[in-house]
Design a protein around this ligand. Structure first.
Ligand code: ADP
Ligand code: MG
Length: 634
């Protein structure tokens, strides 16, 4: 006799439960998804003790008639697909027909349901997979399912349950995603009698965002919308000052299903590019619509992961749509708003680059502005780099304004034309080589003065603006260097005395293989035996006095970067490196003319709102806010 036998339905359900019902939140997910599939407009979820005592989901959907009420608890019983063909065009959230039997196998279930408006329905009671009773009962149209004592008959699974708070965390997290995915449904979630979530079901996505993340977050969101023949993308993304320490507030919803997609999450972060501080993540609710044939949802029992048939195109489209939305906004955070209070300032990284040599004269290219040589007390020198290249003001690639500025008097005439935005617009790069529209509408600001040698104060009709001068200068320089690194070849200069760099033998081995990357960045370097390399030439526009350290840090990065190093990343990395080294630091006194020039250049930047590390550059106080503060208006 053979040893193989077909398992009975009871055991098969318990096995399936192991996969489908991992913890209380999985039960919630399955039941609520069923309610949504049934066309409900109101879904009330009640939970006790993290869902281990009770999970109740009551909806006003289609309900089930007596036959379906029984059949629903059989394995592979579903009303959602009829044939194999349907598998490739799934529009409902469920289709596998295993949730109800799996849940019923590991708990005590009571289901009251009615498909009519006549007040009559059915009630079925199942314990550990065995039907205990089935009867006619009074019921409103819709379905009301109670799941009690989850895992009561599977002690091994029960042992794995964490604290009530942890399980509740999973439950509310999933409820949030469902509510975000279905703003047309009015949800409530109650735990041990406390109302934890309530949405209106009026289709307003921002209302759901406000119900979950609070109204100040909802106010800080930017609308996203885009469409191409294959996809529609719509939703909300947070302004860059509104961030979280992890990705948990990123929700991607495909055809009404919350999914996890590494590729799409990555696309979103790419869209923000340098707008986000390091290790901070945005709040995103993105709905993606597509033909059901373009997405395979049958790759994972909980259907959280899906497979896209044209993933690369989708990723590109999402990134582009979100980036355009971000760039079409004026991204100045309002001062003192609670939304901004959660902004993380990653100061360590900035400090790392600070040299704090306030009294030493800085190399000219570390200066954005040039200063008349005759000016006393100011440590700045004329821009030698420009003189070396001939006429400074005709060099549109120069980071310097190329004019001379008076400190306070009328001894010199100002030459504002050299700092005109047009010129700067030319040198402002596309963030990653694509043709990206300029961020519009950075306001024209009139300088008031400088505070603590660190912040620039400026105004316009709208209000008061505070600008972090170091961050602003870093941004201007970053865009300049990014552009330069994109086209370094003709800009290299031979060195009379080559620079020598030393590395460990292991590092040298790695570096030898990646020397071509340096060449693409305009740095010509040769292996000199052992751990030594010599630099024969480098771009003349590297920050002066910092050339060696820039090249060294580029090499360090190339050596330590585990993943494939590509030119785009090297370009960005190097541009950040140079911009840090070349920027004015805090505690630098600026003249009015210098402040004006800085604002001018900032305005011409592609992204004038954050420094390359994602810190904000500008904060504002609106005139109205100020009037409120001083009780001039009520
Ligand atoms: P699936 O959702 O994959 O079809 P389930 O086991 O979750 O499988 O549900 C089985 C069937 O029971 C569904 O196909 C549906 O017809 C019915 N059903 C379940 N929950 C509800 C509900 N809340 N309202 C109406 N019908 C429901
Ligand atoms: Mg289902």
């Amino acid at each position: 006799m053979g040893k193989i036998r077909i398992l009975d339905e009871h055991i098969a359900n318990q096995i399936a439960a192991g996969e489908v019902v991992e913890r209380p939140s999985s039960v919630i997910k399955e039941l609520v998804e069923n309610s949504i599939d049934a066309g409900s407009t109101k879904i009330d979820v009640t939970v006790e003790e993290g869902g281990l005592q009770l999970i109740r989901v009551a909806d006003n959907g289609s309900g089930m008639d007596a036959d379906d009420c029984r059949a629903a608890f059989f394995r592979h019983a579903t009303s959602k697909i009829a044939s194999g063909k349907d598998l490739f065009r799934i529009r409902s959230l469920g289709f596998r027909g295993e949730a109800l039997p799996s849940i019923a196998a590991v708990s005590k279930v009571e289901c009251v349901t009615s498909a009519q408006a006549d007040g009559l329905g059915s009630k079925i009671v199942i314990e550990g997979g065995t039907v205990k009773s089935f009867e006619e009962t009074a019921a409103a149209r819709g379905t009301d399912i109670r799941v009690k004592e989850l895992f009561y008959n599977t002690p091994a699974r029960l042992k794995y349950m964490k604290t009530v708070q942890t399980e509740l965390g999973h439950i509310s997290d999933y409820m949030y995603r469902l509510a975000l995915a279905h703003p047309q449904v009015a949800f409530t979630l109650r735990h041990n009698g406390n109302l934890l979530l309530q949405t209106l079901g009026n289709g307003d996505r921002l209302q759901v965002i406000a119900a979950i993340y609070g109204s100040s977050v909802a106010k800080g969101m930017i609308r996203v919308s885009g469409e191409n023949p294959d996809y529609t993308v719509s939703g909300y993304v947070s302004r860059p000052e509104l961030t979280r320490a992890n990705r948990s507030a990123v929700s991607v919803i495909v055809n009404g299903r919350y999914i996890r997609s590494h590729a799409l999450a990555h696309a979103l972060l790419n869209a923000y590019h340098t707008l986000l501080p390091i290790n901070r993540f945005p709040i995103v609710v993105l709905h993606i619509g597509m033909d059901a044939a373009l997405v395979d949802v049958n790759v994972h029992p909980s259907k959280l992961e899906v497979r896209f048939s044209k993933e690369a195109e989708l990723v590109r489209f999402v990134e582009q749509t979100v980036r355009e939305a971000l760039q079409s906004e004026v991204l100045i955070p309002a001062a003192g708003k609670s939304a901004g209070a959660k902004t993380a300032v990653v100061q360590e990284r900035i400090d790392f680059y600070r040299t704090d040599r306030n009294d030493a004269p800085l190399p000219p290219q570390q200066r954005m502005f040039t200063q008349a040589e005759t000016e006393p007390r100011e440590p700045w020198r004329p821009d030698e780099a420009n003189q070396r290249n001939g006429n400074g003001s005709s060099s549109s690639h120069s980071p310097s304004v190329g004019g001379t500025y008076p400190v306070n008097g009328d001894k010199h005439r100002r030459r504002t034309e050299a700092a005109s935005p047009q010129i700067m617009r030319e040198i402002a790069p596309a963030a990653d080589g694509e043709n990206i529209p300029q961020a519009p509408a950075f306001p024209e600001l009139h300088p008031i003065g400088q505070m603590h040698g660190t912040y620039i104060l400026a105004q316009n009709e709208e209000g008061l603006f505070l600008i972090d001068q170091h961050a602003a200068h870093e941004r201007i320089n970053y865009e300049y260097y990014y552009e330069q690194f994109g086209n370094p070849a003709q800009a290299s200069q031979e060195l009379l005395i080559p620079i020598t760099l030393e590395f460990t033998p292991a590092e040298a081995e790695l570096l030898k293989e990646r020397l071509h990357l340096f060449e693409l960045a305009g740095v010509y370097m040769e292996h000199f035996g052992g751990g030594a390399f010599i630099v024969r030439s480098y771009p003349h526009w590297l920050p002066r006095g910092e050339e060696k350290s820039v090249i060294e840090e580029m090499a360090d990065w190339i050596i330590t970067e585990k993943k494939a190093v590509d030119l785009a990343k090297l370009r960005e990395k190097s541009a950040i490196l140079c911009s840090c080294k070349a920027s004015i630091k805090a505690n630098d006194k600026l003249s009015m003319a210098e402040i004006e020039a800085l604002l001018h250049k900032l305005r011409a930047c592609r992204n004038p709102y954050t420094c390359p590390h994602g810190r904000p550059i500008v904060v504002s106080f609106s005139t109205y806010e100020l009037e409120k503060m001083f009780k001039r208006v009520m």
